[in-house]
Design a protein around this ligand. Structure first.
Ligand code: AMP
Length: 443
């Protein structure tokens, strides 16, 4: 937690602190204490923030403050665009935003892939002030001219590292070129700032940004207890897993495996032991994956088994226990996996099983965490394997550096592009520059 006692200390409009108070949120988290004052005075920002640190409010509060206090640059175009890598995260952000705008005249729209395009185009035609979107579908709307971003004032990238890992660089560059108002402010959030592509994208998107790094990589997830056990072979790992599930206290657990075959085998094993288990497979359709995630999030299963590939594009939910049945190939993936636990100050446990095949991956994680790791033992399940002595320490793989693209010139649209646009003269800001927060009651 931060030193700031309350949100008004950060320069936040008292009306917003009142809304937060009603939600039981009264003391800023560390990322909020640093990001909110920086963002509300208009600086561009690149911030590292782990899942569960309160990062969503760290950018939604400056969003709200801008909408409430500053005059719009355009009466038609959205003022704020929030991009997230996954539909699930976009939905969570939208829900949090709705809780802030409810009771105001501000309109927010959610634009996700896989949903009806025309309905979204209709909603965008009603001149929303804020759009929360995944990048692919947003670019479709730009292509179809159901959305214009000339007047965009604030561009926010949440989990920028994941967006780039998922291959959205091209879409982000397009959006950056189109939303080219010279007064645009840009905020970029990423689980890690040690990501070459994130830094390269930041150079393209941000103007003299302030940098906020909440703890170094080794200090991240301080509220997550990380445990490691040696394992000799597959059967040994299974025995360790069964013991862990018998002895740990948890409501729900996510288990990560290296292969789909292991996911299926473990799913059968654990279902056979009476645990309500769901497995995500990389071959499932998005609809089936969403169904599984929905039922897991409603608590209908205790155990979710997945590979990194199968869980790509899904924002896995918060649980108190994560088990790495196999170590992830990339050290950064370890951070993503264990970030599913320990949200907003709650304690989480991340247990990793390390066999001979996991050794190189384990060393990469260890050097990434910059922490020496102690291995635990479970009674009767002691491993003979104790690591590989004097093996060369593998380096943390650096993502490929994509060439920094110079900020392109403003794209000026031909007047006929805008011919068919709605001309509603929407009064969203009152004469003193303050947006009316409460709807006027009928007399
Ligand atoms: P996030 O990191 O944005 O996903 O937030 C994780 C959770 O923390 C969400 O459920 C938020 O509602 C909650 N949260 C955010 N900020 C605060 C705060 N200052 N105090 C207490 N809870 C918070």
């Amino acid at each position: 937690m931060s030193n700031a006692e309350n949100f008004t200390d950060l320069g936040l409009d008292p009306r917003l602190s009142t809304i937060l108070d009603h939600q039981g949120i009264s003391r800023p988290t560390e990322i909020q204490a640093l990001a909110v004052p920086t963002a509300i005075v208009g600086h561009d920002l690149i911030a590292s923030s782990k899942t569960g640190s309160g990062k969503t409010l760290a950018y939604l509060l400056p969003t709200m403050q801008r909408l409430m206090r500053q005059k719009a640059l355009s009466k038609k175009d959205p003022r704020v665009l929030i991009l997230t890598p996954t539909r699930e995260l976009a939905k969570q952000v939208y829900a949090q935003l709705r809780s802030l705008v409810s009771g105001t005249q501000l309109r927010a729209v959610l634009v996700l892939g896989g949903e009806n395009f025309n309905d979204q185009a209709k909603a965008l035609g009603k001149d929303p002030h804020v759009v929360v979107a995944t990048p692919g579908r947003l670019v479709n709307h730009l292509d179809e001219r159901s959305l214009f971003l000339d007047g965009l004032e604030l561009l926010i990238l949440d989990e920028a590292d994941r967006m780039l890992d998922l291959g959205f660089a091209e879409q982000l560059n397009r959006i950056n070129q189109i939303a080219s108002h010279r007064l645009r402010q840009t905020l970029m959030f990423s689980a890690t700032l040690e990501h070459a592509e994130v830094n390269s994208m930041a150079k393209t998107l941000l103007k003299s940004p302030k940098r906020i790094a909440i703890g170094a990589a080794n200090a991240e997830h301080a509220d997550i207890e990380k445990r490691f056990y040696f394992a000799d072979h597959l059967d040994h790992k299974q025995a360790l897993l069964e013991r862990i599930l018998d002895t740990e206290t948890y409501q729900q657990v996510i288990i990560f495996t290296a292969t789909r075959a292991d996911t299926e085998r473990l799913s059968q094993l654990l279902s056979g032991k009476g645990l309500k288990t769901a497995a995500l497979s990389g071959e499932m359709s998005q609809t089936d994956r969403n169904k599984i995630m929905d039922s897991f999030s409603r608590g209908q299963q205790q155990v979710l088994i997945t590979t990194d590939v199968a869980s790509r594009g899904l924002d896995l939910l918060q649980v108190s226990l994560v088990v790495n049945f196999d170590m992830p190939k990339q050290a950064e993936e370890y951070v993503h996996r264990i970030g599913r636990t320990g949200r907003a100050g709650a304690k989480g446990v991340a247990i990793s099983l390390v066999g001979p095949k996991d050794w190189d991956a384990f060393k990469r994680v260890e050097s990434f965490l910059q922490q020496s790791v102690n291995f635990g033992e479970l009674d009767g399940l002691k491993a003979k394997f104790k690591g590989v002595k004097d093996a060369p320490v593998a380096k943390v793989p650096k993502s490929e550096v994509s060439a920094a693209v110079a900020r392109p010139k403003r794209v000026i649209k031909a007047p006929q592009d805008r011919k068919n646009r709605r001309t509603a003269n929407l009064q969203i800001v009152s004469d003193d520059g303050m947006a009316p927060l409460k709807k006027k009651k009928a007399d």
